[in-house]
Design a protein around this ligand. Structure first.
Ligand code: RTP
Ligand code: MG
Length: 138
């Protein structure tokens, strides 16, 4: 079993789609190990996305991520990192396959409904950024 870190981004939360996304996560066979609603500050969003700090979209990305509530989650499954990225679909909703979350709930490249870790090391950093060990007891 593997764990990954997931976010339901502000556009999906504000549109009222968080429940549908969580239902899909369960239907696809993930265990939800941790879950909470947060309203990130600009500073907190910058800390989370520090790997992108030199990218041209960093300012807009962190403005968007601090523009409304998010749901942050720890998901567990076999090959959870890849399984969750496959369920999300391509980064740009315009390129995401039919049946993926970003195709269904994404509004734009930035407001693409969900986030997922891209490797075991980033999953470990991202989980620990938002959750303590005590919050992840099973
Ligand atoms: P994520 O980290 O959110 O799961 O998405 P990802 O791996 O598919 O994409 P990544 O390259 O890590 O980019 C992080 C988020 O930044 C926004 N983005 N904007 N304007 C742009 O060119 C651009 N490129 C990426 C997206 O919202 C992406 O999810
Ligand atoms: Mg990424």
């Amino acid at each position: 079993m593997e764990r990954t870190f997931a976010i339901i981004k502000p556009n999906a939360f504000i549109a009222g789609n968080a429940g549908k996304i969580i239902a899909r996560i369960s239907a696809e066979g993930f265990s939800i190990i941790g879950l909470k609603k947060l309203y990130l500050s600009k500073r907190e969003a910058e800390g989370f996305y520090y790997v992108h700090k030199d990218k041209p979209f960093f300012g807009e990305l962190t403005d968007f991520m601090s523009s409304g509530p998010c749901i942050v989650m720890v998901l567990e499954a076999k090959d959870a990192i890849k399984k969750w990225r496959d369920l999300m679909g391509a980064t740009n909703p315009a390129n995401a396959a039919e049946g993926t979350l970003r195709r269904e709930f994404g509004d734009s490249l930035e407001a693409n409904a969900t986030h997922g870790s891209d490797a075991p090391e980033t999953a470990a950093f991202e989980i620990s950024y938002f959750f303590s060990g005590l919050e992840l007891l099973v």
